[in-house]
Every structure is written in structure tokens, then in C-alpha cells.
Design a protein around this ligand. Structure first.
Ligand code: SF4
Ligand code: SF4
Length: 416
């Protein structure tokens, strides 16, 4: 690595050194309490996959370039030079961290490994070594925002083609479009994923609640967040923010996508509308009696996987459980659950990157946790989790039916 490039990368590193990050860098006592907390380490005990192991890769660079002791006597302080070999090492541990932050809840100092891995990702992006598929998908999302006027007609036609399937789930309300677009002054702008599984049940539920809603032209998923590029993360979210402002909506409801929800809710600053998860919206409709569900539709025991970005990192624990209580009398909790739930192992862009061998190996604890419930139905509220849990189901022969919470609610809607 040329020294010019190293200096550029260190400049990026320095820009990330907030007081919180300095605390994460300087306060680790190597107590090891976070080691067993990572599903990857718990499934396959290799130090490089422990939270502290991942963080040390960055901490040793910090010591080398930002601490006097590391600058003066690097070898004595385990400080390490930034070079191509070290970047390869960082790649392996940064892009296998799902950003679930389970480790953080076990650390006495609240050290946030996801944030530390954000530095690793930024160094890799700066040296053109990030996973190209994630950057390419980010760029496609941004380009869609720039060319939206040319693609609106095609999107509207594709959405129109889904309407009969929505009406199969919920009858047509008088004069109401089954999947409305461009509704000025809507109460809710619903941001779906690319794919009808994310649109049809949600549309049926909002129509059943007689909501004044509008479907977003943009998909919720934020590949900029997965790759770790803050500028692209912002640009991808900004498309949705601009649309919500143009329509003057009261709330933006993010579909069952944990990262999209957390980015919009926690990382976009003050917004002129509320940001909610679709899980919260469904729970609200049920509490207010705006929709009713049949408790006899689900056969067998049901368990629920808390998506990390909605539950541990988003604080939404009780709404999904309230919804499930309305759907079935046969709910069984995973152990542990809520903030201590095991990550499914599919987040952080791993599903989009493929990485199936690693995903299966690193999530054995999740598979064991699901099997121990004896459930026949495994519900969740995040597409990444749904894909990963479906892969685990097949790989570990768990014999469960993996379901989106929204699909269970839509299929149980009572047409009175
Ligand atoms: S954030 Fe999750 S995946 Fe990353 S080190 Fe911590 S527990 Fe492991
Ligand atoms: S629990 Fe916290 S202080 Fe202990 S080793 Fe892990 S990161 Fe360091």
C-alpha cells in the first residue's frame, strides 16, 4: 500500500473518532463477556468471530496511529500497520458481522461492535475492497430515485396487476383502489420491498382497516447501510423522505425489513412525519378494533423470531406478541427471547452477498433454538430473517413453516 493511500484511509478513520468511538477503542478490558454472545462464535468457536476478536482488528490500528504508546512502541502495544494484508483480515470479520448488537448488551461498557465494524467497512470502501454486489445494489437504488419519472408508469402497471390478489384477501371497499399510489394527504405512506409478498398482505390489511394510505414508489431495503456507506445510506432513504414530504403524509410505515426501519427511524434525523414499523401499524389496527382476525386459522404451535433491528435495536417487543395473541392460543417463546434473542445470522448484507455456507455454519445456535420450541410455525417480521430462517429450516431440517407476521394477519382477516 502506498503511503498516500494509507494517509487517506487514516483520514477517514479520524473522521469517525467521535467521543463514543474513542470510548469503545480505549475502554475494552478484554473481560470476554461478549465472546459467547455472538451467534457466530457460539455456533463455531473461532476467536476471529467473537465480538472482541472482530473489534481488536480495528483497535490495534487505533493504537498504532492514534495513541502515543502505539506510535512510540507498536510491538509492545500489539499495534499493527495498516496494509493490504490487514485490510483482507478486516474484510473477513467486518462483513461476517450482522450488526445484531447482541454482544453490546453483554458488554459492561456497552461497547458497540457494529459501530466499530462500521469503521472497518469504511476503510474497505475507501480502498475499493468492499463487497461489490452491495455497492452495485446501492447504486441501482440511487439511480432509481434519479430516474423515477421515467419508471413510474411501469411500476404503476406492475402494481395494478397485483390488485386481484389483494382483493382475494380483502374485498373491495367502495371506490377504494386496492393498491393506491400518489395519494396526496394520505395518513400512511407504506414502503414495501421489491416483491408482491411485501405488498399484497399489507395492502389487504390497510384496506380492511379502511386506512387512507399510499404505496411508495421506492423499495425499503437500504443496501447503503449493509455495505456501510453513510452517504449512500442517506441518498437511498432521501428518496422516500422526499416522496413522503411531497404527499404530505402523517406517517411512513416501513414494511417487514429491520434495517430499513432502523435506518429511517434512528439515523435520518428529525423528519416532518412519524416513522413506524408495519408491525406497530397492525397492532394498532387490532387494538382499535379496525381489523379483526380469526383465531382458528393457524394450525399448531407458533413461535416468533425477534428481528434484531426491530426488537433489540428498535425496541419493538410487545406489539408482535400482542398480534400473535390475537392469532393463536398456541404461542411458545423462544429461549432466550426479546433483547437476548439469538440473531438469525442473515443480517448485515449476508443474505444479499450469498455466503450460504457461512450463514448456515454461524447460525447453528439459532437452528437449535427454533427446534427446542417444538413449533410448527415460525413467524418473523423481517425479510432478511425470513430468508435466513427458511434456509436454516431446510439445512437443519427443522420442519417449520416460516411466515411473515403480515401474511398470518392478512390470511386471518375476518370479513364481517
Ligand atoms: S454485532 Fe452481532 S454479529 Fe457482530 S460481533 Fe456482535 S453479536 Fe456478533
Ligand atoms: S464485553 Fe466489552 S469490555 Fe469485555 S471484552 Fe467484550 S467488548 Fe471488551
Amino acid at each position: 500500500m502506498e503511503d498516500d493511500q494509507r494517509q487517506e484511509l487514516l483520514k477517514l478513520f479520524r473522521e469517525r473518532l467521535t467521543s463514543a468511538v474513542r470510548m469503545y477503542m480505549e475502554n475494552c478490558t478484554r473481560c470476554g463477556l461478549c465472546i459467547e454472545a455472538c451467534h457466530a462464535y457460539a455456533s463455531s468457536p473461532e476467536t476471529r468471530y467473537s465480538a472482541v476478536g472482530r473489534a481488536q482488528n480495528i483497535r490495534r490500528l487505533f493504537d498504532r496511529y492514534f495513541k502515543l504508546s502505539g506510535k512510540l512502541a507498536p510491538a509492545l502495544n500489539e499495534a499493527i500497520d495498516l496494509d493490504d494484508g490487514w485490510l483482507d483480515k478486516i474484510y473477513e470479520t467486518a462483513y461476517t458481522c450482522t450488526g445484531c448488537r447482541r454482544c453490546m448488551t453483554y458488554c459492561p461498557f456497552g461497547i458497540d461492535t457494529q459501530t466499530i465494524q462500521g469503521i472497518a467497512k469504511m476503510l474497505l470502501i475507501g480502498s475499493d475492497k468492499e463487497p461489490k454486489v452491495l455497492s452495485m445494489l446501492s447504486d441501482m437504488s440511487i439511480a432509481k430515485g434519479q430516474n423515477i419519472e421515467q419508471t413510474k408508469q411501469t411500476f404503476a402497471q406492475a402494481v395494478h396487476n397485483l390488485e386481484s390478489e389483494v382483493l382475494d384477501m380483502w374485498r373491495s371497499e367502495g371506490g377504494q383502489e386496492a393498491v393506491p399510489l400518489d395519494v396526496m394527504g394520505a395518513n400512511v405512506l407504506y414502503v414495501a420491498l421489491a416483491g408482491k409478498h411485501s405488498m399484497i398482505p399489507a395492502a389487504a390489511i390497510m384496506n380492511a382497516a379502511q386506512e387512507k394510505w399510499s404505496l411508495s414508489y421506492f423499495e425499503a431495503v437500504n443496501f447503503g447501510a449493509f455495505v456501510g456507506n453513510p452517504q449512500k445510506t442517506r441518498e437511498i432513504s432521501q428518496r422516500i423522505i422526499d416522496e413522503a414530504v411531497r404527499l404530505g403524509v402523517k406517517e411512513v410505515a416501513i414494511c417487514e425489513c429491520g434495517t430499513a426501519y432502523r435506518v429511517m427511524k434512528q439515523q435520518m434525523g428529525e423528519l416532518p412525519f412519524e416513522v413506524i414499523s408495519f408491525v406497530e401499524l397492525m397492532a394498532r389496527y387490532l387494538r382499535e378494533g379496525r381489523i379483526k382476525v380469526d383465531r382458528s386459522k393457524i394450525e399448531g404451535r407458533l413461535t416468533y423470531h425477534d428481528p434484531c433491528q426491530i426488537a433489540r435495536n428498535g425496541g419493538i417487543y410487545e406489539d408482535p406478541r400482542y398480534i400473535i395473541e390475537q392469532l393463536t392460543g398456541e404461542f411458545v417463546e423462544m429461549q432466550p427471547n426479546r433483547a437476548a434473542n439469538w440473531c438469525c445470522g442473515g443480517g448485515g448484507g449476508l443474505v444479499a452477498m450469498g455466503e450460504k455456507d457461512f450463514r448456515m455454519k454461524s447460525a447453528k445456535v439459532k437452528a437449535d433454538q427454533v427446534r427446542d420450541t417444538g413449533a410448527k410455525v415460525l413467524a418473523t417480521a423481517c425479510e432478511n430473517c425470513h430468508t435466513q430462517l427458511s434456509d436454516l429450516n431446510e439445512h437443519y431440517q427443522l420442519d417449520v413453516k416460516v411466515e411473515y407476521l403480515s401474511n398470518l394477519v392478512a390470511e386471518a382477516l375476518v370479513q364481517d
